[in-house]
Design a binder for this molecule. Sequence first.
Ligand code: N2P
Length: 362
Amino acid sequence: MKKTLTALLLASVAFAGSATAAERVVNVFNWSDYIDPKTLDDFTRETGVKVVYDTYDSNEILETRLLAGSTGYDVVVPSATFLAREIAAGVLQPLDKARLPNAKNLWPEIAEKLLRYDPGAQYAVDYMWYTTGVAYNTAKIRERIGDKPITSWEQVLKPENLKKFADCGVYMLDSPEDIFSITLNYLKLNPNSKSPEDIKRAEEHLAGLRRYVKKFHSSEYINALANGDICLAIGWSGDSFQARARAREAENGVDIAYVIPQEGTLITLDTLAIPKDAPHKEEAHLFIDYLMRPEVAARNTDSTRFANGVGASRSLVDPSIAGNNGIYPGETIMKRLFAVTAPDIAAQRPFTRAWTRVKTGR
Ligand code: N2P
């Protein structure tokens, strides 16, 4: 009897021990190449909260998981484009502002842009923001079009122009909200249009480009550009500059440029949010608050080359990044940027089908 009791006691101590350890966890689902890895270790060292970290590279992947429920994730990073419909679907929970004292560091202009998607700023705060533009291998592009640098979508989105780069490898984001909106804008249609006729025109235009695109992918282009495997990508600003940095680090002679074309382009805000059924709410708030510390945000920007949403961090960012117009565009460029909103979830299907046809021809 005594023996059993001791065993029971020991077992319950062991159980309590592991339960306590399990409580101090935050499950984070973030975009790939979107944080300085040191941030996670530093957070754990300071708070005792272990970070279980998982990555994705498309809003569609994240949203499918959120809609299915019970993701187990505590912090997710949806683009604002998708935020309104995810809030409407009830898959996110309001943030507890009292637990986010560092929200005072947020950048007012960026926070204001977010209100369009999250009225009242209840569900999300900005993590990073960026443009969709053209990343290219300067030498390989020069070989094909001479010294004239790429400045316009015309040089990339016109079939006979894109054709010139097909032999050295072209990637495009596998992101319909990006590629449709820039194509609509190029066709002088409303980039946020949901009209079936406009989408059809964009789809037809893209069908004429498909044969010159080696791959539609939203994360592999960083290394593909850096290694010299491809010469051009329609991609995101920070990723493009990461490609440039990786090539420089490898000293492989590859030089990558990133341009925001003169016709303007898409600006997107990525946000930090907490799923409705997050198992570790308190730790989720701790983690989000940590990311809003100016020095932490600055380091994440230095590492990822994406502009962050913490205005108070800007003076701490590496001056070559804070002063880079491709990362922190000045006012003139800002005026040419447009933002879009994904359709309601119920109206999504024709867009998904159109995108599948763009990619596969079927
Ligand atoms: C990070 C990509 C983040 C921008 N690699 C797209 N949301």
